[in-house]
Design a binder for this molecule. Structure first.
Ligand SMILES: [Ca+2]
Ligand SMILES: [Ca+2]
Ligand SMILES: [Ca+2]
Length: 146
């Protein structure tokens, strides 16, 4: 079951992307220079884009409602209620972790500060870029860590 639930940070990093063959989508969306991998700057740019899309009212911060709305499309109606509840709880935990100054919303700098370590975690061979294999392993919940 853990293999079917995407790590939340991956979902959020790639919140702008549709489901399905998302690893390939992620590459084509974020891989600005078309070298088949996502570099650090491309990831940062992608984070900003994702942030701006989640921030629907454009006030420069993400509140919990906006986070919930951004994830609704990623959850199918067939998903069991207990799984949806668990995912919602995970999002709330994630939200609290990101909101470092406990202001009740997430600023772009809070968002990016939280995402940067994930890039390093996903970059399992530490070459500074995320290739398709690393993205796929991330989705499968197998980063070789924890
Ligand atoms: Ca907002
Ligand atoms: Ca905050
Ligand atoms: Ca890599």
């Amino acid at each position: 079951m853990s293999r079917s639930v995407w790590p939340l940070y991956v979902v959020v990093v790639l919140a702008t992307l549709p489901g399905g063959a998302w690893a390939e989508n992620a590459l084509s969306e974020l891989d600005a220079n078309n070298d088949g991998a996502i570099g650090r700057q491309e990831a940062i740019d992608g984070q900003r884009k994702a942030f701006e899309q989640i921030d629907r009212n454009g006030d420069g911060v993400i509140d919990l409602d906006e986070l919930e709305a951004s994830q609704a499309a990623a959850e199918s109606d067939e998903m069991p209620a207990d799984v949806r509840r668990a995912r919602r709880k995970a999002r709330e935990r994630w939200f609290d972790n990101l909101d470092r100054d406990a202001s009740g919303d997430i600023s772009l700098s809070e968002y990016q500060a939280a995402m940067t370590p994930y890039f390093d975690a996903l970059d399992t061979n530490s070459d500074g870029v995320l290739d398709g294999g690393e993205l796929r392993r991330a989705v499968e919940g197998d980063t070789g860590q924890d």
